[in-house]
Design a protein around this ligand. Structure first.
Ligand code: SF4
Length: 221
């Protein structure tokens, strides 16, 4: 299995229940979901003419549309050059790809894995992968949030700016089977004051968590 990789970098997980954990981020190229506020629009398309050598994408956080094809073993070799052993596979939309082999290889090497997905594609990972679903409802691409993804989630991290977003989340939660312990995090969109206040009030009311995208406040990648 080969994966189109946009970048690999080591940092601190800045969002959700895993906030603060040293992590290696593997960002895969490709996402058809079309969120208007997306801050990684450079990952949307896998353009054949922008395929580059692996050496050109490693540690490049410059929002390039370039991508390199890497196998699970290529990715493991790169991961082992860093210190962190928590691996976050993100995108783009990582669930465009079958991540079973990659997450298995990483777990076999002693790593923990986490994926961050919109929930619009089937989740295929190692059974122990921590799955963060950040549902993107009614986006331009027209994809529905899959109930199977909601049921597989260990964490639902929901972007919030208006009451409608809370209603959307409650509608999604009503679809879930109550058979898995789950953490629910509200994340104010674009750090706006009104969105943050709404998220705080809703978290307190429901005993949910607030996720504030710590890396943006710290101005790190
Ligand atoms: S799902 Fe993620 S990568 Fe895709 S458009 Fe939405 S925010 Fe961007």
């Amino acid at each position: 299995m080969k994966y189109p990789v946009n970048e690999i970098f080591e940092t601190i997980q800045g969002e959700g229940s895993m906030t603060g954990i040293p992590s290696i981020f593997i960002r895969l190229q490709g996402c058809p979901v079309g969120c208007s506020w997306c801050d990684t629009k450079h990952t949307w398309e896998v353009k054949p003419e922008l395929q580059v050598d692996v050496s050109q994408i490693i540690s490049v956080s410059n929002e390039s549309e370039n991508w390199a094809q890497m196998t699970s073993q290529d990715l493991l070799a790169q991961v082992l050059k860093y210190q962190a052993r928590h691996i976050v596979i993100t995108g783009g939309e990582p669930c465009l790809y079958d991540l079973t082999e990659l997450t298995q290889v990483l777990h076999d090497a002693g790593c923990t894995t986490q994926i961050e997905t919109s929930g619009t594609f089937e989740v295929k990972t190692h059974a122990d992968t921590y799955v963060t679903v950040s549902p993107k409802v009614n986006m331009k691409g027209g994809y529905q949030i899959l109930t199977s993804a909601l049921n597989r989630a260990d964490e639902i991290k929901h972007p919030v700016a208006t009451e409608q977003h809370i209603d959307d989340l409650n509608a999604l939660l009503a679809k879930r089977e109550e058979n898995r312990k789950i953490s629910i995090c509200l994340q104010p969109i674009s750090q706006k004051k009104r969105a943050t206040e709404l998220a705080i009030q809703t978290c307190i009311k429901n005993n949910w968590r607030l996720s504030v995208q710590m890396h943006k406040y710290l101005a790190i990648d």
